[in-house]
Design a protein around this ligand. Structure first.
Ligand SMILES: Cc1cc2nc3c(=O)[nH]c(=O)nc-3n(C[C@H](O)[C@H](O)[C@H](O)COP(=O)(O)OP(=O)(O)OC[C@H]3O[C@@H](n4cnc5c(N)ncnc54)[C@H](O)[C@@H]3O)c2cc1C
Ligand code: FES
Length: 254
């Protein structure tokens, strides 16, 4: 489904973690339609950047008509975004792409890095006790996300590579224990490719349905330029912007 172009007023844009910013933008139509897993495509208004930048929706407040995004500054586009001030205008195309399935009884959401953003949106939309969340980072500075999750989640597990916050190790290392202790109906994963690949394998071994959110560089964001294709397990190709970014883990090559 094609998104809509809205020019939204920036309500908040501040540093919340290492090179990571949280931005709230007034985008009433996008907020009304947004589902966890979907993204907005942001135009970088500096006259030199023609392509938009895809950023997951981390939250949508329908009453306020606002959406929230959390992004890491990695290059020129995100640097420009970080310089926007309250009252500035953002040109957004969205919401775009597919969303996570949210009708299962017990969902485990795992996020790594900025891949935690769509898992946060899921947790904000989930019913009380429906979601267990696992977030991971290299150190305690990188897991600032823990304070953004609602208290309605069944359990929030934090892991750090150096053990400075929560359990020591990678986020997905807790999955076998979770699958063993509790009935898990769905696993949703967003993060680096290797993390999603290993998580999907663990879900397969435990016979748990799994969805992943794929990341590709994007051009148009609406299925016309083919910049974002990924390979299907059955041989063909899928467009991450249109057929994804959320796919059943068995449908695509991770
Ligand atoms: C569906 C989707 C959702 C996303 N959600 C988020 C989010 O919630 N928060 C967030 O911080 N980022 C997110 N990203 C990644 C984000 O789009 C890129 O970081 C951003 O486009 C980089 O723009 P730039 O101009 O700052 O960097 P550029 O100057 O274009 O590139 C800087 C560096 O980042 C790498 N890069 C750029 N785009 C991507 C990409 N799509 N995937 C992997 N590497 C890339 C480049 O290879 C280069 O090394 C998402 C990407 C997709 C496809
Ligand atoms: S970004 Fe153009 S087809 Fe996906």
């Amino acid at each position: 489904m094609a998104g809509i172009i809205e020019n939204g007023v920036v309500r908040r844009n501040e540093l919340v973690g290492p090179s990571i910013y949280l931005m709230q933008i007034e985008l009433p139509e996008t907020a009304r339609k947004a589902k966890p897993g979907q993204f907005i495509h942001i135009k970088i208004n500096d006259g030199t950047h023609l392509l938009r930048r895809p950023i997951s929706i981390a939250g949508a407040d329908i009453k306020k008509g606002e959406i929230e995004i959390i992004y890491r500054v990695v290059g020129i586009g995100t640097k420009r975004m970080s310089m926007l001030k309250e009252g500035d205008i953002v040109d957004s195309l969205g919401p775009l792409g597919t969303s996570f399935t949210m009708d299962k009884k017990h969902i485990v959401g795992v996020g790594g890095g900025v891949g935690i953003a769509p898992i946060l949106f899921m947790a904000r939309r989930a019913k009380e006790g429906q979601m267990t969340v696992v977030i991971g980072g290299r150190n305690k500075e990188e897991v600032f996300w823990k304070d953004l999750f609602p208290s309605t989640v069944k359990k929030l597990i934090v892991t750090t590579d150096d053990g400075s916050c929560g359990r020591k190790g990678f986020s997905i290392s807790v999955l076998p224990e979770l699958f063993q202790k509790d009935k898990v109906d769905e696993l949703c994963v967003c993060g680096p490719g290797v993390m999603m690949r290993n998580a999907a394998q663990m879900a397969k071994d435990a016979l748990v349905y799994c969805e992943v959110s794929m990341e590709r560089r994007m051009g148009c964001g609406i299925g016309t330029c083919l910049a974002c294709v990924c390979q299907e397990t059955k041989g063909g190709h899928k467009k991450v912007c249109l057929d994804g970014p959320v796919f059943p883990s068995t449908a695509v090559i991770l």
